[in-house]
Ligand binder design. Structure first.
Ligand code: FAD
Length: 479
């Protein structure tokens, strides 16, 4: 019996070690292969490639350089990011809809570095000096021979009356938790109020912006309330929940084909979401959202209409697009600075053959990052690179509990197949086994035991500062 237990334990232990190895990338000798570098070693390299930002664009560029450069090229590749993790934004919706944990959708950057020949510096990028080819970071200056700017974007909130004061944003795991917290507050308010108009206002949610983020945000709000919260408040389930998407363009997701726009609108309306296209938000008060088609009584507006590069990028003294993105040539280089490449949301780029604008998506950022990795490796090894071409792989949107829209290879479909494809594609695409395992486990657990409905407040001050006692102790209390 004891022998059987011991054998069973050893098998389980072995399986756990193997699973951990797989989850961490299967590296057999992590310490020996995990390279790191001093600032002096970086400075001393013959070709210094500095990548600012370890998101979709920056990491793709670093991985491509790792694939293409050899030790003989004497190149040092340094990736700088303020965080030690890469946020996999497409799956953020599953945190907001109560099925995943925030950690499931972020991947530690040093995971990618393991066994590869690029280096990571966790620091804030503070300034870029294009003339002197040096970047100031919170960990000191870093000169470069090639620079890749991949610093992403922030949500832009226009200065409409009351909008900046009231708008809620959706860009980070903290925003996803805050969305859940707020929806729970709104449902609690509806539960405790007697006045039907007040209740209706708390149960009305407006999303400004009919692009990819806006439509998925609206669907997430409806899904979380109906499939998550109403399980806790069954007596409210018969109340009418109003989610309204307000978009200024004449169709939803205007960067997709008209067919995909129609399918997205159909799917949203099928979920009970109101769609207003060709309508502008004109202002917000604490009681209503003012639109060009009249007021919508509501206590909640989420803003998802437009992104712009961070101020550091917008302030560079070069040519910018209207939203502040950096205008690049057909090799994704800054005009007048051929050693500087820009990728992802910070770039204003076009396909070199068709002249079509490149959308601010993870897919495009990855594609651009890979191209820039190839182009810099080609330069270092004395070759040239062809101009940049972008071939979109398709478009996926999660639009409800069991529905979505997919546009792949010219074919558009919706419903459960699109929903399943969305989950399959993104879970296989997040670049870490550990995250895949956790996501699948969490989604399954949510199906069986229900979605997460407890509030999690970030940054609440739990320390009671007894100012009077402090003053007495330090003798500064006077008297
Ligand atoms: C909620 C949401 C859902 C989305 N869903 C999809 C989707 O389904 N499909 C899709 O294709 N796209 C999606 N996107 C868009 C996609 O996330 C972006 O287009 C993509 O992340 C852009 O890649 P990037 O490399 O330019 O920037 P990012 O991936 O944002 O990376 C920028 C990096 O720069 C770092 N950084 C910024 N400033 C500094 C600084 N001063 N110092 C140091 N580091 C800094 C950041 O920490 C970050 O790691 C979504 C976006 C959001 C907000």
């Amino acid at each position: 019996m004891l022998k059987r237990l011991l054998v069973g334990g050893a098998v389980l232990g072995g399986a756990a070690v193997l699973a951990r190895r797989l989850a961490s990338g299967g590296d057999s000798d992590d310490r020996a292969r995990h390279v790191s570098q001093t600032p002096e070693e970086y400075r001393g390299a013959r070709h210094r490639v500095l990548i600012l930002g370890a998101g979709f664009g920056g990491v793709s560029a670093a991985l491509e350089l790792d694939r293409r450069l050899s030790a003989a090229d004497d190149a040092s590749v340094l990736v700088v990011d303020r965080d030690n993790s890469m946020l996999f934004t497409p799956l953020l919706w599953t945190v907001a809809d109560g099925r995943s944990n925030p950690n499931d959708v972020v991947v530690p950057i040093r995971n990618f570095q393991r066994g590869r020949r690029y280096h990571v510096l966790q620091a804030n990028v503070e300034a870029i000096d294009l003339e002197n080819r040096v970047v100031r970071t919170s960990a000191g200056d870093r000169p470069y021979d090639h620079l890749v700017i991949a610093l992403g974007s922030v949500t832009v909130v226009p200065g409409l009356p009351g909008l900046r004061e009231h708008a809620r944003l959706f860009h980070t795991p903290a925003d996803a938790l805050e969305l859940r917290n707020h929806l729970i507050d709104a449902i609690e308010a509806a539960h405790s109020l007697q006045d039907p108009e007040e209740r209706a206002a708390w149960l009305t949610f407006v999303v400004g912006g009919g692009g990819d983020t806006g439509v998925e945000l609206a669907a997430t709000i409806m899904t979380y309330i109906r499939a998550g919260l109403f399980a806790e408040y069954p007596w409210l389930a018969s109340e009418s929940v109003r989610v309204v998407v307000v978009g200024r363009a004449d169709r939803l997701v205007p960067m997709s084909s008209p067919r995909a726009s129609r399918e997205v609108q159909r799917a949203l309306e099928g979920e009970g979401i109101e769609v207003m296209t060709g309508v502008s938000v004109e202002g917000v008060t604490d009681r209503a959202v003012k639109t060009s088609r009249g007021d919508i009584p509501s206590r909640t507006i989420f803003w998802a209409a437009g992104v712009a590069p961070p101020p550091l990028v917008r302030d560079l003294p070069v040519e910018h697009a209207k939203n502040g993105a950096l205008i690049v040539d057909d090799h994704l280089r800054l005009k007048g600075y051929p050693e500087v490449y820009v990728v992802g949301d910070s770039a204003w780029a076009f396909d070199s053959a068709t002249g079509t604008g490149i959308p601010p998506t993870a897919q495009a950022a990855e594609h651009e990052g890979r191209y820039v990795g190839q182009a810099i490796a080609a330069e270092i090894t004395g070759r040239g690179a062809p101009p940049f071409r972008f071939a979109p792989r398709g478009h996926l949107a999660l639009l409800g509990t069991r529905t979505g829209v997919a546009e792949v290879g010219g074919v558009t479909f919706s419903g459960l197949p699109a929903w399943a494809l969305w989950h399959g594609y993104y879970v296989s695409h997040i670049p870490a086994w550990r995250n895949r395992v956790r996501l699948l486990t969490d989604w399954l657990a949510a199906e069986i035991t229900g979605r997460e409905t407890s509030q999690l407040r970030l940054g609440r001050d739990t320390v009671w500062k007894d100012e009077a006692a402090l003053a007495r102790e330090t003798g500064s209390g006077g008297g």
